[in-house]
Design a protein around this ligand. Structure first.
Ligand code: ACM
Ligand code: ZN
Length: 559
């Protein structure tokens, strides 16, 4: 009996290892679901095998071709040759001349002789490549893959499809950031919002302000657990790290080859304690300040009455725009307490000088914050960039053309759209991936100290366009993003666990127009998880109803 079991197990293993070139079948029901999939009757299938070649029709397709060859190598164990000449048959041809106003659109035609992937731009072709890649079962190592004849036409619903990542609270080295970028590419995400500065660490080298990384990138220790008024237990382990400008350029390039724009965030005028520790003269009290060892919201912020903060902001943003070609630059604006400004003679003098009074736009101090944000916005607008700010930028008067990132629920995004501003929806109750994923908190790694669990199903259920907007207002909802704050996320393996498979549900919300059907989505998500396995990603299993035994331990010690 035992022997029969062993024999069956051995046979199963040999089937998946494909020693005799076993064929597996591709399935176009991927995440995110393409807009239309039409099977073509009567034709023979296309078979991807070690003789298949990838045709890059011109140099704009070279990078796409290399990425596709790499995906097939990792999934199937053979690397297709890349050529510029079209062979007689057995090839995948990449083009970018599809006629479509949506530049991220693509079309795929599968016939017996070849697969044609045609984008409305190289980005569109890249999303076609992702669909082909995700059609391949994740456990098809060294197998041939049978693609049934079909035509797939697809384009994304939203132009801004974001994922935010916090490198301040914990530092993730450049290689980890590249892994994160690869995870985003798998989910058709086209913007990585990179939170590079906060109270607990300044992570981007600024040549004109060297103390920001010399002093501001290191903290003396870290609070243990959530912290709070009664918790003064610190680990006393010095902690830090930062990205050199050379590393940033390399990461920006790595992302751009995957058609991902990195949107850097310099969080103003609050969340600045690491900068104050570096340059204490920028604060209202003059310090001394330390790079913060706690989580939460620091009362110490940039002194808006001090002329030198404006020169500081210009210096930082000048180098940021040199490093990041993104059209969008995020200037924060969230959680800036006004307690220092209310007492600071310089801030109060600035309020008088500007003639600010409490009124329907907000308190004088809220309007003083708008004054700081307007300065940064004008600096960036003159350089041809657009600013994004957290929804607090609506308080105290919003700068024209600023894009609102709605995080305290959906109201900020709705108000912004009604006022004619573009908005990106990232409401915490649906899209904060630092929130735990199940009610069973005991079995979960530590999550945010606030917020209800955010399950895969909840993420999937989210509809980004608020009700009761006119079509013109609804067009101002340009996109959707999930955020990963990393106070309690010290490693990339842990970050993967928080992101996956919730990123799959996010991708569907960002990309697809299809009517919601959670059971059908879950089937597609299971297949996506087989690619997570093939890529070696760590992911949460709650949605698949298998017990997640020792994930918490694993995620704490990984990397
Ligand atoms: C935020 O979560 N403070 C934007
Ligand atoms: Zn001040």
């Amino acid at each position: 009996m035992k022997f029969i079991h062993l024999l069956a197990a051995a046979m199963a293993i040999s089937a998946v290892s494909c020693s005799e070139r076993v064929k597996v079948t591709a399935d176009y029901q991927v995440v995110p679901l393409p807009q239309t999939i039409t099977e073509t009757a009567g034709e023979q299938a296309f078979v991807l095998n070690p003789d298949t070649r990838i045709v890059a029709t011109d140099s704009s397709m070279t990078s796409n071709a290399e990425l596709l060859a790499g995906y097939i190598a990792r999934m199937n164990g053979f690397t297709p040759e890349i050529t510029s000449d079209t062979p007689g048959d057995n090839y995948i041809i990449l083009n970018a001349n599809l006629d479509n106003v949506n530049k991220e659109a693509y079309e795929i035609n599968v016939s017996s002789s070849h697969i044609a992937i045609n984008g409305a731009s190289p980005a569109g072709t890249f999303y076609g490549i992702q669909t082909i890649r995700k059609s391949i079962p994740g456990n098809s190592g060294n197998c041939d893959v049978v693609f049934s004849p079909a035509t797939i036409s697809d384009a994304p619903r939203f132009s801004y499809r974001g994922a935010h990542f916090d490198s301040s609270r914990h530092f993730f080295d450049a290689d980890s950031i590249k892994i994160f970028i690869d995870m985003l590419a798998l989910h058709n995400i086209n913007h990585m919002h990179w939170h590079l500065t906060d109270d607990q660490g300044w992570r981007v080298e600024i040549n004109r302000r060297p103390e920001l990384t010399r002093t501001g990138s290191m903290r003396a220790g870290t609070i243990i657990g959530h912290g709070g008024p009664d918790n003064n237990s610190f680990d006393s382990i010095p902690y830090g790290g930062y990205y050199t400008q050379e590393q940033i350029r390399d990461i920006v390039d790595y992302a751009s080859r995957r058609h991902i724009t990195i949107v850097p965030e310099i969080d103003l005028p609050g969340h600045m304690q690491a900068a104050l520790a570096s340059y204490p003269e920028l604060g209202c009290t003059g310090g001394p300040y330390e790079v913060w060892q706690r989580w939460g919201i620091s009362d110490d912020v940039l002194c808006a009455g001090n002329d030198s903060i404006y020169a500081f902001i210009d210096d930082v943003l000048d180098e940021i725009t040199e490093l990041f070609p993104s059209e969008y630059i995020h200037i924060g604006g969230d959680e800036c307490p006004k307690v220092r400004w209310e007492k600071c003679p310089k801030c109060q003098a600035r309020i008088r000088q500007l003639g600010l009074r409490d009124n329907e736009h907000g308190t004088a101090e809220q309007q003083l914050q708008s004054h700081v944000m307007r300065h940064a916005t004008e600096f960036l607008t003159q350089r041809g960039r657009k600013v994004i700010g957290w929804d607090e930028i609506l308080e105290g008067g919003i700068t024209p053309d600023a894009i609102v990132m709605s995080w305290r629920g959906t109201e900020g995004g709705k108000a912004a759209a009604e006022a004619g501003h573009d908005a990106i929806m990232t409401p915490s109750q649906y899209l904060y991936f630092d929130f735990v994923q199940s009610d069973d908190r005991e079995s979960e790694p530590l999550g945010a100290s606030w917020g209800d669990p955010v399950t895969v199903e909840l993420v999937y259920s989210y509809e980004p366009v608020p009700e009761n907007l006119t079509p013109e207002q609804a067009a101002h909802i340009i996109g959707v993003q999930a955020n990963l704050w990393t106070e309690y996320v010290p490693t990339m393996r842990h970050a993967q666990y928080m992101e996956l498979p919730r990123l799959g549900a996010l991708a569907e919300v960002q990309w697809s127009n299809a009517a919601k059907d959670y059971p059908a989505f879950l089937q597609r998500l299971k297949r996506l998880a087989s690619i997570y396995d093939a890529e070696g990603y760590n992911y949460a299993r709650h949605a698949f109803e298998t017990k997640n035994e020792d994930c918490a331990n694993e995620t704490q010690t990984a990397q």
